[in-house]
Design a protein around this ligand. Structure first.
Ligand code: ATR
Length: 298
């Protein structure tokens, strides 16, 4: 059994399952993928619910997603999760794409069958994560999203607009991406503005927001700065950082010091995983085993 499998390991069942007690029939594909917590989270649920299935990490270089999917299907895989950087490329490999995934322009879960269907469980489950962490309904909030140029921020913004959040601020270093997205998401019942993190009116806008969601990669690396000026965060804020490793980013630390409520991306990782599991098995939600699996990786 390997920690990380390569496409060449999909040459035959015997090769793939050497030394394993269950056949690999689910995977997370990405590049790199060694850091992924998904196998621990899903395997706990699979074992708990008595499925004879192993969930593996599969490293797939850019440009080889279609080949990886063909090989997984040939070996009777049930489906896979898709992580960075393949969430966009994989859309072209789907025969059918769910409405959510199409609206977000990204796919993070594939279900194999006669057809390959693409779903996006990332942002759909943000609502559950926010409910669990802060005890509030995201749809009732005024939301500021940092980093709407990436897949995660775009998905979150799309979801917030779809559920009718009261007001949305889309913040991005490259302003054109935020402006373009706000045009695409425009609807009469949601007020949407876009600006850069250094816009002089950012702190006034931030003070009007109920929740600030960080979807930038700022905070992932040691020594990273805050993704917005420090005066933007006040004690009335809920601050959700989609980064979960490190568990406490500079943004979370600063928000705590201001007396704001904070949460990191673990809840979103958990809930998107539960929804992906439902896509494959259509059974009960294995929330608690998946939570146990996830916690075991921390
Ligand atoms: P994803 O995994 O969500 O697809 P990504 O492609 O790395 O992530 O996108 C990250 C987001 O963080 C983008 O919105 C990016 O801004 P740009 O669109 O201007 O590139 C933002 N981002 C990354 N590094 C940043 C930095 N140092 N300061 C501000 N924003 C940053």
């Amino acid at each position: 059994m390997k920690d990380v499998y390569q496409i060449s390991d999909l040459a035959s069942r015997d090769l793939l399952d050497e030394g394993a007690d269950k056949p690999a029939r689910l995977a997370v594909i990405g590049f790199p993928v060694a850091h992924s917590a998904s196998p621990a989270m899903h395997q706990e649920a699979l074992d708990d619910l008595g499925e004879d299935v192993r969930y593996i990490r599969l490293e797939v270089p850019p440009g080889q997603v279609a080949e990886a999917i063909d090989r997984m299907k040939a070996l009777d895989f049930i489906g896979c999760n898709v992580t960075v950087p393949h969430k966009f490329e994989v859309i072209d490999c789907c025969d059918d794409v769910s409405d959510d995934a199409r609206a977000m322009g990204a796919v993070n879960t594939l279900v194999f069958g006669d057809q390959t269907t693409g779903h996006n469980t990332d942002a759909t489950e943000l609502i559950h994560a926010i409910q669990e962490d802060f005890g509030v309904n995201l749809a009732d909030l005024k939301v500021m999203i940092l980093g709407v140029g990436g897949g995660a921020g775009r998905a979150v913004a799309t979801q917030c607009a779809r559920i009718g959040c009261r007001e949305l601020w889309l913040i991005n270093r490259t302003l054109e991406k935020a402006t373009k997205l706000s045009g695409q998401l425009a609807r009469p019942e949601v007020k949407i503005s876009s600006m850069t993190p250094d816009d002089p009116s950012l702190s006034e806008a931030a003070h009007r927001a109920d929740i600030v969601i960080n979807a930038t990669s700022v905070g992932l690396k040691y020594g990273d700065p805050l993704p917005l000026p420090m005066e933007c965060i006040q004690s009335h804020h809920m601050v959700y950082d989609m980064i979960y490793n490190p568990a406490e980013t500079p943004l979370i630390k600063h928000a705590k010091s201001e007396g704001a409520h904070t949460a990191n991306g673990l809840s979103m990782l958990l809930h998107q995983g539960v929804l992906a599991y439902e896509c494959w098995f259509s059974k009960e939600k294995p929330l608690e085993p998946m939570r146990r699996g996830l916690i075991s990786t921390l």
